[in-house]
Design a protein around this ligand. Structure first.
Ligand code: BG6
Length: 475
């Protein structure tokens, strides 16, 4: 537990991200004894609040989220609230950040470590960063450390993303910049490294000789949930494919890093992303759920995609010719993210009833790993049936899984950048999606609609696939 006094500043403290994810994550870290002994949480935003009313908001967030029972947890809420403060200001005014700096000095002393979390919309991003710099808050000579966490969107395409990286690079050093992708904070995603490089039995099979295809599927049973204004400017490809799903692909497909250091892991992810052929229209299908254009904040003629299905190819000796099927969609039948590795069938179909071996990695909900093998059906006949050997996190491990944001915030406090996105891999991921996105925007074609709540990935079928009963392929 670090002893350096630490100030955690949430810029955009009255927003959704702060309320839903950051405050609960900090509180949980506090309850589990992970926060430094002397810490302060300072909310910064435009909304006129004072310490008292901010604490009330925090208390509401925590009580709805954790339903604290009387006793220990209620006590913890009280202790946590005492360390929460609020500073009102404009994002673009350096003076407001100067007074914030003085406030922090008063609260935590002149030499506290400083974590600045930018939980703000992309259009005020750069100006805010400049104000922080001008106010001296990013100055590492002045304090033990100063780290800045930034959230996606990191641009809209290759050019705007590299422009943002360049502009931010003039304001903060790469070492103090923590680009968050909360999928990397998820247990089952982190486990990909352990699974692949910590098990003797997988590595010899983990290649084109033995693997037929890899599917990465993200499906949500909700629409844009009040975030339509943001979502409509980005779409599902920018929202989850460019970041979360390409990160998952990189971890599945990368070569073994020579060490488990942030630099070496990022290098291998970058290499594999650079070897990934850009998405193209011929192997991509997009869709938009019915009712999307009627949501507040969505223009009537929006062509934004809420569903995508695409096949990617990773041109490395290990993966050449193996399709990586990526599916992502909102407003589908269920909430599920998983990776399915299909092994090649045996050269001779020896047993009746045998099925393809698969390895299913369920990222959420109900994290699970399941290896499907063929097993003899007990009895007098020699027939086999596929059965799953599975490991459910919930059954196997007594401890509750930490929330992605908890793990990531703790890593920032510890100065560990392993689970954060580095600029080269960010650029490489944009290269994969940009040509297709630009083509779509040039053609201005509205995607076909799909009914809210329908099944994925079968809503759009390629011509070589058979529809599921009751589901028809679009014209
Ligand atoms: C965010 C996207 O990055 O991830 C959201 O902006 C999406 O649109 C969310 O809903 C999904 O995260 P999780 O952790 O709920 O799978």
């Amino acid at each position: 537990r670090p002893t350096t006094p630490t100030s955690i500043v949430i810029i955009g403290a009255s927003g959704d991200l702060a309320r839903k994810k950051l405050i609960p994550a900090l509180f949980h870290l506090f309850c589990n004894g992970f926060l430094p002994e002397r810490f302060r949480v300072v909310g910064f935003a435009r909304t006129p609040l004072d310490d008292e009313s901010f604490r009330q908001e925090v208390a509401e967030t925590l009580t709805t989220r954790f339903q604290p029972e009387p006793g220990e947890c209620a006590l913890a809420v009280g202790h946590f609230l005492k360390r929460c403060h609020y500073h009102q200001g404009q994002y673009t005014r350096a003076d407001d950040f100067r007074t914030l700096g003085r406030r922090i000095e008063g609260l935590a002393g002149p030499r506290s470590g400083l974590l600045l979390y930018m939980a703000i919309p992309p259009d005020v991003f750069l100006d805010t960063a400049r104000s922080i710099r001008a106010a001296g808050l990013a100055d590492e000579e002045e304090r033990p450390w100063s780290r800045v966490v930034i959230e996606k969107p990191f641009g809209r395409d290759t050019a705007s993303s590299s422009e943002l990286t360049r502009a931010l690079g003039k304001i903060f050093s790469e070492n103090q910049t923590y680009r968050i992708d909360h999928y990397l904070g998820k247990e089952a995603i982190q486990n990909l490294l352990a699974l692949r490089f910590g098990n003797r039995i997988l590595e010899p099979l983990w290649n084109r000789e033995h693997i037929e295809s890899v599917e990465i599927c993200f499906s949500e049973d909700i629409g844009t949930q009040g975030r339509a204004g943001y979502f409509d400017r980005f779409g599902i490809i920018r929202d989850v494919v460019q970041n979360h799903l390409l990160q998952a692909l990189a971890l599945v497909a990368m070569e073994q890093p020579i060490r488990l250091t942030p630099g070496e892991i990022a290098r291998e992810k970058d290499r594999v992303l650079r070897a990934t052929r850009p998405m193209n229209a011929a192997s991509t299908l997009v869709g938009q759920y019915e009712g999307y254009r009627q949501e507040p904040g969505v223009p009537e003629d929006s062509i934004t995609e809420t569903f995508v299905r695409t096949t990617l190819h990773v041109d490395t000796p290990r993966w050449y010719g193996v399709p990586f099927e990526i599916t992502a969609g909102k407003a589908l039948a269920e909430r599920k993210t998983e990776i399915l590795v299909r092994f090649r069938d045996l050269p001779v179909a020896f047993f009746p009833g045998a099925a393809t071996n698969t390895l299913r990695i369920r990222i959420q909900p109900d994290e699970e790993i399941e290896l499907q093998l063929n097993n003899k059906v007990p009895g007098m006949n020699m027939t086999v049936t596929p059965v799953g050997l599975n490991m459910l996190y919930q059954q196997e491990f007594a401890t509750a899984l930490p929330e992605a944001y908890e793990r990531l915030l703790l890593d920032v406090l510890r100065g560990d950048r392993s689970l954060f996105i580095q600029q080269e891999e960010l650029a490489a991921a944009w290269e994969v999606v940009t040509p297709y996105l630009q083509e779509r925007e040039r053609l201005l074609k509205r995607p076909p609609e799909y009914p809210y709540g329908c099944q994925a990935p079968h809503i759009f079928l390629r011509s070589d696939e058979t529809p599921y009963p009751g589901e028809e392929a679009p014209e």
